[in-house]
Ligand binder design. Structure first.
Ligand code: TRP
Length: 337
């Protein structure tokens, strides 16, 4: 990634294991951006508790996500990596921004509608205000670029609206308007069982996804059994129309080998899945093997992980606390403390 970014911020929930969809859709971009910008990556545990969590599982999830991010290539010496709850500015700024955001804006958020489902009255208030906390995450660092998946576009629009209204209401140029960075050929990695559904940690079928903890045999088996069709691969992308499973597998090959779909089809067009799938499994195992090995070596080293997170939180505070002080001055809280 040769583009130059200002300051990058992104967050990921510490619930569930990382899978190939997270890795190719988001984390790989996070890793690449470390070369061209100051990067701040946050394990968003405050967001996690907007739905019920078992405390012990959550505590383990925070460390495991940290280990998975480092195993994927996040370098905690260069990037700032920390848990959201350890930097109190997030919650405090969220309150101020809740007074900037409008109820009408939140009522339009599609993720709340999906997550609250039929029982909207029974959803937590935190789930409703989730996107305002997300805006606070980004704006606390005056971040300019936010690498996210497609599904977060609407939340980023909201963060921009909140930043603009805050600046306007108080006549300041405090917050830059953050831009989403949605990139990569496999931004949307689909389920291996259904090419029209997103690969997801909550799919009851483990065969639908590749976990970053799957070993080589498991990966090979899952690719072998992945849904496909009886036709040979086309030699051009147009031939994938109406073939969601074929498109997904070809897209995975493209993402894993850093080629375009057209290039993959130029090489593999005419092959049936009996030939293509083993080739795909091979590149997947080669890409994920080292990540899995690093993850397994780190995941139970809670002393090392906790020390990385504490250092990250201290570095994050050093940036966010002065921003909150500016916010206090802008709204009239004063700064005499
Ligand atoms: N809502 C994001 C997701 O579900 C996670 C997130 C929280 C985030 N805070 C953020 C992403 C700030 C980008 C920036 O994927």
């Amino acid at each position: 990634m040769s583009r130059v970014f200002g300051r990058v911020f992104s967050g990921i929930q510490p619930t569930g294991n990382l899978h190939l969809g997270n890795y190719l859709g988001a984390i790989r971009n996070w890793v690449r951006m470390q070369d061209s910008a100051e990067c701040i990556y946050c394990v968003v545990d405050l967001h996690a508790i907007t739905v019920a969590q078992d405390p012990k599982t959550l505590a383990r999830g925070i460390r495991e996500m940290t280990a998975a991010l480092i195993a994927s290539g996040i370098d905690p010496e260069r990037a700032i990596l920390f848990p959201q709850s350890q930097v109190r500015v997030h919650a405090e700024l969220a309150w101020v921004l809740m007074c900037t955001a409008r109820v009408g804006w939140l009522n339009r958020m599609t993720q709340f509608k999906e997550k609250s489902g039929k029982d909207r009255e029974g959803a937590s208030v935190g789930l409703y205000t989730y996107p305002v906390l997300q805006a606070a995450d980004i704006l606390a660092y005056k971040a300019t670029h936010v690498p996210v998946g497609e599904d977060q576009k609407q939340h980023l629009e909201l963060a921009r609206d909140i930043a603009a209204k805050f600046n306007n209401d108080f006549g300041v140029e405090l917050f830059p308007l953050p831009e989403p960075v949605i990139e990569g050929p496999a931004t949307r990695v689909m389920s291996l069982r259904d090419g029209t559904a997103k690969m997801s940690k909550s799919d009851p079928s483990d065969a639908s996804r590749i976990n970053l903890t799957d070993d080589a045999d498991t990966i090979a088996q899952k690719i072998k059994r992945a849904k496909s069709d009886a036709d040979a691969l086309p030699s051009e992308p147009a031939g994938l129309a109406g073939r969601p499973e074929a498109a997904n597998l070809v897209g995975l090959m493209a993402a894993l080998t850093d080629r375009s779909v057209a290039q993959v089809l130029a090489d593999h067009g005419g092959q049936g899945f009996g030939q293509f799938k083993p080739a795909l499994a091979e590149v997947m195992v080669a890409a994920l093997g080292p990540i899995t090995a690093r993850f397994n070596a780190l995941k139970d080293d809670s002393i090392a992980l906790d020390s990385i997170l504490a250092t990250g939180a201290a570095r994050a505070r050093a940036i966010a606390e002065p921003v909150l002080a500016e916010v206090h001055r802008a709204v009239g809280f004063g700064d005499w403390l």
